[in-house]
Design a protein around this ligand. Sequence first.
Ligand code: ADP
Ligand code: MG
Length: 436
Amino acid sequence: MRMSAFFLPTLKETPTEAQIVSHRLMLRAGMIRQTSAGIYSWLPLGWRVLRRIEQIVREEQDAAGAQEVLMPTIQSADLWRESGRYDDYGKEMLRITDRHEREMLYGPTNEEMITDIFRTFVKSYRQLPLNLYHIQWKFRDEIRPRFGVMRGREFLMKDAYSFDIDAAGAKRSYQAMFLAYLRTFARMGLKAIPMRADTGPIGGDLSHEFIILAETGESGVFCDKQWLDLDVLAEAPNHGDDLQAFFDRFTSIYAATDEKHDADDPSTPKDLVSARGIEVGHIFYFGTKYSKPMNAAVAGPDGEPVLVEMGSYGIGVSRLVAAIIEASHDENGIIWPDAVAPFKVGLINLKPGDAETDRVCGDLYAGLGASGVDVLYDDRDERPGVKFADMDLIGLPWHLVVGPRGLKNGTVELKRRATGAREELSVEAALAKLIA
Ligand SMILES: Nc1ncnc2c1ncn2[C@@H]1O[C@H](COP(=O)(O)OP(=O)(O)O)[C@@H](O)[C@H]1O
Ligand SMILES: [Mg+2]
């Protein structure tokens, strides 16, 4: 993409309405535009990041055996009356009446709808286990939407739902999602800490929240230092390995919210770190809470009907964009982890109009593109200082700087955004390094 043609409405001034750094940087980097309280449009740069995050979530759900579906945003109130949640949910639910005076709602979550789909089609224990997920916009009429997409009213969530014939099966499904979550967040360059959690309005027996450490987080956390040193991708087993052993190992490492923890209690593990964090995922095992009132039963081995055991598993996909920025930025802007970066390389032409510089930049742009490397080429007629500042702000992992002075010696400069480390390389060497 050529920056001269790219719709990237960056801001020079720091927006005063934004209280936390991720919100400020998302506005300054031209990623989002608020359309009303807690409701946002995603502009090209933001949309690219959102899609990358969504794709990692999708790949890890698929790898864990979940199957993708897509349910609508608008649901019928009748389904929610069956579970009893239509009245319980309160003002967070956006209620809508259609032209026939039928009561509808913009879904805040999908337990009822997936249970309805399940009971319509699944009749035998032989069709289990089953895990269905979708990645869809949700609406919760939060009393105080704030911090940009961190706590919006409309937000993108991945929600998965597992169905098993018995509690032992449901626990295995829960453990498979627990593993998938650790892998998902680690792939995004995040340190996510699973904490035992209350089950809240979803209800049920077993629940973990996944918390990203960040000073601006809304959740207080106590966690064992072991979590901070853990390399999840190196340690987590492959899918299909012994999940119980892995689950026991990971859940034995201490993590808790501050409400449940007393630092003076002698049973408190040592090496505890007190921190703040952002909830990016939440998983629940809730047994027959929905299958019972909605009568989702299958024929068991002896032919008798058995209510299915269920769990649900959410990831805040749009919140993750902000959470990643909270965890990875500096005074100059965003530092995207490679896996979610909107482009891998920012190519900076220091002197547009200089024939040799234009030619080398053109070759690099074409060469990288031909190898499938996403490049944002700053071909604008702007001062170098402006270009460096913009490139730092939008946080692409590699900055490739090309100008007449370097080219006299046959070199270009490659900068790593995360460390600031720079090296002078030949054009060929730079190309080889970025394609590798
Ligand atoms: N208002 C919101 N804005 C952005 N993301 C949200 C919002 N509410 C929830 N999420 C994300 O969706 C995930 C699943 O939601 P859930 O646990 O059901 O919500 P909550 O913790 O608000 O009760 C959360 O872990 C969070 O990452
Ligand atoms: Mg939650």
